[in-house]
Design a binder for this molecule. Structure first.
Ligand SMILES: [Zn+2]
Length: 456
C-alpha cells in the first residue's frame, strides 16, 4: 500500500509534467550511458612500437613507428626530438577517420639537433572519450645519441685488375663496427666479411653486362646509426669479348621440353610462346633465387686451392655468350648464357668444384635438377640439368666428391652439365677459379699479405 502512494501523488503532476521530468532525467543518464559504453569499449591505451630499437642514430636513419588501437582507433601520432630547451616535431599525423592501426616513417633530418644526447618522444593517442574527450595516449620516451661521424673505410689491397665478367678481392678496414659494408657496383651490393684479424674480405664482381667505362666499384660502409661512407679504390677494368652463339629450336625440342613447364604458365598454350616465357620470365625468377641463396654464405672462405671441373669434358657453351634463338630460320629470342656448358659421357659423375656446404638441392627453373654449393664470402657454384643428385642440403662436401650425375633436366639441349659460379647471386666467369695462377695472384696471395696480420 505504501508503495502505491507516491504513484498517486505523481499522477497529480499530470502527463506533461511527467514528460518534462522524464526528459530532464533521460538526457544526462543517456549521455552518461553512452560515455560508459565508450569507456567499457576502449579503456585500453593504444599500442606503440618504434623500429629499429637503437641507441645511436644519424640524421638520415629512417625509423618506423607502428601504433594500434583496436577499440576506438588511432586519432594522432606525434614524434618529437628534444635537446636542452629545444624541442622539434619530426612527425605529426592526425587521422580524420580513426585508424585501427597506422604505420609511419620518419627521420631526424628536420630537427636542428647537435651531435650528442637528445630525447625522442613518440605519443600515440586514440579517439576514445577518455580524459574528457582528449583520448587515451601511449608514450615512448627514449634517450638517444645523435652520431654524425660516418665510419672510415680504407682498402689495404693495391690495384685490382678485373676482367669483365670476373671477380676481384678487396681487403679493407672499417674504423667502427659497421651495420654492413662491402663493395657497391652500380646498385649491386657485394658484402664484405670480417675475419678474426679484424680485416674485411670482399669478393666483388665486374658484371658481364657492365661496360668498362661504367665499372666504378666503391667501398661502402654504414654504421649502426645509419651514417654511410663510400670510397673509391684503384681498379683496372679490362674489357673482354664474349661470343655470339646460335641455338635452333625445333618442334621436336618443344614437344619434348615444354610439357614440363606447362603447369607454371597455364595461360600460355602455344609451345613456342611458352618457350619464350620460360626462357625469359623463368630465367629472371632463377636469378632471384640465386640472389637469395647468395646470402646463405659462410663468412670465411671454405674453398681449398683451385676449383676442379667435369673430367674429360668439352665446352659446349661458353660463359657470357649472347645466345640468339631461332625457330624455322627466324630469330625469336636473345639471352645471355651465364655459365659454362660441359659435355662428357651421358650421366657422367659430377664432382664438387671445391670444399663447401650444399645450400640448395632440387628443381631450379631452367636449370632442372640442381645443386648449389657455398664456398664462403658469397661465392657459390651451381650444377644444373642433373639426372641424379647424391647430396642433401646442409651437407658439407669436399673437392672432387661426386654430388650427382649429368643429365638434361630443365631447359637443356641434350645431356650436359651447366656449371655456374655466382657471387652474391651475380654469375661470374668460372675459368678464373679453375686457374691456379689467377687464384694465387688475385685471391690467395692477397689474403696472405693483407688479410692475416691482426690489427694493433
Ligand atoms: Zn648452360
Amino acid at each position: 500500500m505504501r508503495i502505491r502512494k507516491p504513484y498517486k501523488k505523481k499522477k497529480k503532476i499530470g502527463p506533461i509534467g511527467v514528460l518534462v521530468i522524464a526528459l530532464a532525467l533521460l538526457v544526462p543518464i543517456g549521455a552518461a550511458g553512452v560515455g560508459a559504453l565508450y569507456l567499457m569499449e576502449d579503456m585500453e591505451k593504444p599500442t606503440v612500437t618504434l623500429y629499429p630499437d637503437i641507441d645511436a642514430v644519424s640524421l638520415k636513419k629512417e625509423f618506423t613507428v607502428k601504433a594500434g588501437d583496436p577499440g576506438s582507433g588511432i586519432k594522432s601520432l606525434v614524434v618529437t626530438a628534444g635537446q636542452g630547451l629545444k624541442k622539434y616535431t619530426v612527425l605529426r599525423k592526425s587521422y580524420d577517420a580513426l585508424q585501427k592501426s597506422v604505420l609511419e616513417t620518419f627521420s631526424l633530418e628536420k630537427a636542428e639537433l647537435r651531435g650528442g644526447e637528445f630525447d625522442l618522444q613518440v605519443v600515440a593517442t586514440d579517439g576514445s572519450f577518455f580524459n574528457f574527450g582528449a583520448g587515451n595516449s601511449s608514450h615512448i620516451n627514449k634517450r638517444m645519441t645523435l652520431d654524425l661521424s660516418p665510419p672510415n673505410v680504407r682498402a689495404l689491397t693495391p690495384t685490382h685488375y678485373m676482367r669483365q665478367g670476373g671477380v676481384g678481392l678487396v681487403i679493407y678496414t672499417v674504423s667502427k663496427d659497421p651495420e654492413r659494408s662491402g663493395v657497391m657496383v652500380g646498385d649491386r651490393f657485394f658484402p664484405g666479411f670480417k675475419q678474426d684479424s679484424g680485416q674485411y674480405l670482399c669478393l666483388f664482381a665486374y658484371p658481364r653486362d657492365v661496360e668498362a667505362e661504367d665499372f666504378k666499384p666503391r667501398l661502402y660502409a654504414e654504421d649502426k646509426a645509419g651514417n654511410e661512407r663510400t670510397g673509391f679504390f684503384v681498379n683496372m677494368a679490362i674489357k673482354r669479348r664474349f661470343r655470339d652463339e646460335r641455338v635452333d629450336i625445333s618442334d621436336e625440342f618443344l614437344a619434348a621440353k615444354m610439357p614440363a613447364f606447362a603447369s607454371l604458365y597455364p595461360d600460355v598454350r602455344d609451345p613456342l610462346a611458352l618457350f619464350r616465357k620460360v626462357n625469359d620470365d623463368l630465367r629472371r625468377k632463377d636469378e632471384a633465387v640465386l640472389r637469395d641463396l647468395g646470402r646463405k654464405t659462410s663468412p670465411k672462405p671454405l674453398w681449398n686451392g683451385p676449383f676442379v671441373y667435369l673430367r674429360g669434358s668439352s665446352v659446349l657453351g661458353s660463359f657470357g655468350a649472347m645466345r640468339s634463338y631461332y625457330y624455322k630460320g627466324e630469330k625469336i629470342d636473345e639471352q645471355c648464357h651465364l655459365g659454362i656448358d660441359l659435355a662428357s659421357t651421358p650421366a657422367a659423375p659430377v664432382p664438387a668444384a671445391n670444399d663447401g656446404s650444399v645450400v640448395f638441392v632440387g628443381n631450379l627453373g631452367l636449370y632442372g635438377q640442381t645443386v648449389v654449393i657455398d664456398h664462403g664470402l658469397g661465392l657459390q657454384t651451381l650444377y644444373g640439368h642433373l639426372s641424379r643428385i647424391d647430396v642433401k642440403a646442409g651437407e658439407f662436401v669436399t673437392k672432387g666428391q661426386f654430388i650427382g650425375r649429368t643429365g638434361s633436366t630443365g631447359l637443356a639441349f641434350g645431356d650436359h652439365l651447366h656449371f655456374g659460379v655466382a657471387l652474391s647471386g651475380q654469375e661470374v666467369i668460372p675459368i678464373e677459379w679453375w686457374d691456379a695462377k689467377w687464384l694465387e695472384d688475385n685471391v690467395t696471395q692477397k689474403i696472405r699479405r693483407f688479410g692475416e696480420t691482426p690489427q694493433s
